[in-house]
Design a protein around this ligand. Structure first.
Ligand code: CMC
Length: 428
C-alpha cells in the first residue's frame, strides 16, 4: 500500500503521498499543500526540503557514501578520468571508447575562445579575484553565442553548448589567473589532455619550454573527479533555480560560479589554507584555535570542518588526504601546514564539541594543501573547484530542462508592517 503522511492543522487532517527514492529515501510530497491547507512550509536554508527528484548523484551523509549515477566515488577516483566522469554525469552512462573519443575531440575543437574575450579580460584590474573574472567570462559566452539564449534549443544545440562550456572553462580559468599576475595569456595546446592543457595555459611563460609534470596532471584529474557533483548544494541549486526561468546554460552556470565563491561553500578551500597559515604564524598552537572555534562569542570557525549533509567522514576528504600524502611525497614537497592540519584534525576528532555536532573534515580541508603543492596559487583554489564542478552543474541544468521542471519560486512568511498610510515627506 502506498505510504502517506498525515498533517493536522486546527484539528483538520490532510493526507500527503510519500515518495520513495531508489535508495529508500523518503519524501513527503506537499505539492498541493498550499492549495489544500492554505499554509506553506518554513525551512530556513532548505535543511529539510527536497527541491527536486534527481537521478544523478546519491549521497548518504550518515554513512559517508557518495555515488555518481550509481558508481562509487572511490572507484571513479581510482579508475576513471575527469572527462569520462563528465560524460557519465551528463549523459547518464559510462561511455564506450568511441563515445569518449568523440566527446574528447569535440571538446578539443572548442577550446579556443573568441579573441574579443581578451578585450573583456583587459577591462578587469589585476586586483580582480579570478572567481569574479571567471563568472563574468563564462556569462559573456551568451554574447558570442546568442543562439544559446533560445529556451527551446534542439538537443544538438544543447550538446554544442555543453561541449563549449567544458572546452572553454579551463581557458577562461587560466586567463583569469594571467590577468591577475599581468602576464600574456597562453592559447590552448590541443595536443594535450584536459588537465595538462589547463596547466600549460596557467604556467607556461613566453619563450620558455614548459612541460607538464604527469604527477601534477594526474593529481589534478583526481581532484576534479572528486568535485564533479554533489547533488543539491548551494551552487547547484542556484544553477537549477536560474535555469528554471529558462535562462541559458551559460548564465545559469555563471550564477553557480558566483554561489560557489562564498567562504561557506567552495571558497572554503582558500580559507583553509589562509587559516592554516595564520595558525602557523601564530606559533602553531592548535588547542588555542580549536578553543576559538568552539567559542560562540568568537566568529572564528574551523574552516574545512563540518558539512550540511555529511554527519560522518566526507568520503572525498578521505581520498584527498591520501592523495595529499602521495602528491607531497612524489613532488618532494615538505609543507608544514599539512602537519598543522593533521594536528587540528586529530584534536577535533576527539573533542566533544566536534563529536556531538558530528563535525568532520570536509573535501576542502586537505584539497588546498594539494593545490598548493601543485603550484596553484591560493586565490585560484575555488576556481579549481569550479572547473571540477562544471559537469555536475551541466548535468543538473540538463536534467531540469529534460524534466520540464517549473520555475523555482519559494514562498515566505511575511513579518513586516501591516498596511499603513503614506505620509508626505514634509509632514514626517
Ligand atoms: N567550526 C566550528 N563550529 C562549527 C563548524 C566549524 N567549522 N561548523 C559547524 N559548527 C557548529 C555550529 O556553530 C553549530 O553549533 P551550535 O549547534 O552549537 O549552534 C553546529 O556546528 C551546526 O552548524 P551549522 O552552521 O548550523 O550547520 P550548517 O549545516 O548550516 O553549515 C557548514 C554547514 C559547512 C556551512 C558549516 O559546517 C561551516 O561553516 N563549515 C566551515 C566552512 C566549510 O568548511 N565549508 C565547506 C563545506 S564543504 C564544500 C562544499 O560542498 O561547499
Amino acid at each position: 500500500m502506498a505510504k502517506t503522511a498525515e498533517l493536522i492543522i486546527d484539528g483538520k487532517s490532510y493526507k500527503f503521498p510519500i515518495v520513495e527514492g531508489t535508495e529508500g529515501e523518503l519524501g513527503i510530497d506537499i505539492s498541493n499543500l498550499l492549495e489544500e491547507t492554505g499554509a506553506v512550509t518554513l525551512d530556513f536554508g532548505y535543511k529539510n526540503t527536497g527541491a527536486t527528484k534527481s537521478a544523478i548523484t546519491f549521497l548518504d551523509g550518515d554513512k559517508g557514501i557518495l555515488r555518481y549515477r550509481g558508481y562509487s566515488i572511490e572507484d571513479l577516483a581510482a579508475k576513471s578520468s575527469f572527462l569520462e566522469v563528465s560524460y557519465l554525469l551528463i549523459f547518464g552512462e559510462l561511455p564506450t571508447q568511441d563515445q569518449l573519443d568523440k566527446f574528447s575531440n569535440d571538446i578539443k575543437n572548442h577550446t579556443m575562445v573568441h579573441e574579443d574575450i581578451k578585450k573583456i579580460l583587459d577591462g578587469f584590474p589585476s586586483t580582480s579575484h579570478p572567481m569574479g573574472v571567471l563568472a563574468s567570462l563564462f556569462c559573456a559566452q551568451t554574447a558570442f553565442y546568442p543562439e544559446s539564449l533560445d529556451p527551446n534549443r534542439s538537443s544538438e544545440g544543447v550538446y554544442l553548448s555543453i561541449v563549449r562550456s567544458l572546452a572553454k572553462m579551463p581557458t577562461f580559468a587560466a586567463w583569469a589567473y594571467k590577468n591577475e599576475v599581468g602576464h600574456p595569456v597562453n592559447y590552448p595546446d590541443n595536443s594535450l589532455d584536459y588537465c595538462s592543457r589547463f596547466l600549460k595555459m596557467m604556467f607556461a611563460l613566453p619563450a620558455e619550454n614548459y612541460s607538464v609534470d604527469p604527477v601534477v596532471a594526474n593529481a589534478l584529474d583526481k581532484l576534479l573527479i572528486l568535485h564533479a557533483d554533489h547533488e543539491q548544494n548551494c551552487s547547484t541549486s542556484t544553477v537549477r533555480i536560474v535555469g528554471s526561468s529558462k535562462a541559458s546554460i551559460y548564465s545559469s552556470i555563471s550564477a553557480g560560479i558566483n554561489a560557489l565563491w562564498g567562504p561557506l561553500h567552495g571558497g572554503a578551500n582558500q580559507e583553509v589554507i589562509l587559516m592554516l597559515e595564520q595558525i602557523k604564524k601564530d606559533g602553531g598552537d592548535t588547542d588555542k584555535w580549536i578553543a576559538k572555534a568552539k567559542d560562540k562569542n568568537d566568529p572564528f570557525r574551523l574552516m574545512g570542518f563540518g558539512h550540511r549533509v555529511y554527519k560522518n567522514f566526507d568520503p572525498r576528504a578521505k581520498i584527498i588526504k591520501k592523495a595529499a600524502d602521495d602528491v607531497l611525497e612524489k613532488l618532494g614537497v615538505n609543507d608544514p601546514t599539512l602537519e598543522i592540519a593533521m594536528k587540528l584534525e586529530e584534536v577535533a576528532l576527539r573533542d566533544p564539541y566536534f563529536i556531538e555536532r558530528k563535525l568532520y573534515p570536509n573535501v576542502d580541508f586537505y584539497s588546498g594543501i594539494i593545490y598548493r603543492a601543485l603550484g596553484i596559487p591560493v586565490d585560484m583554489f575555488t576556481v579549481m573547484f569550479a572547473i571540477g564542478r562544471l559537469p555536475g552543474w551541466i548535468s543538473q541544468w540538463k536534467e531540469l530542462r529534460e524534466n520540464k521542471e517549473p520555475i523555482g519560486r519559494p514562498r515566505q512568511i511575511y513579518t513586516g508592517q501591516n498596511h499603513r498610510q503614506y505620509i508626505a515627506i514634509a509632514k514626517r
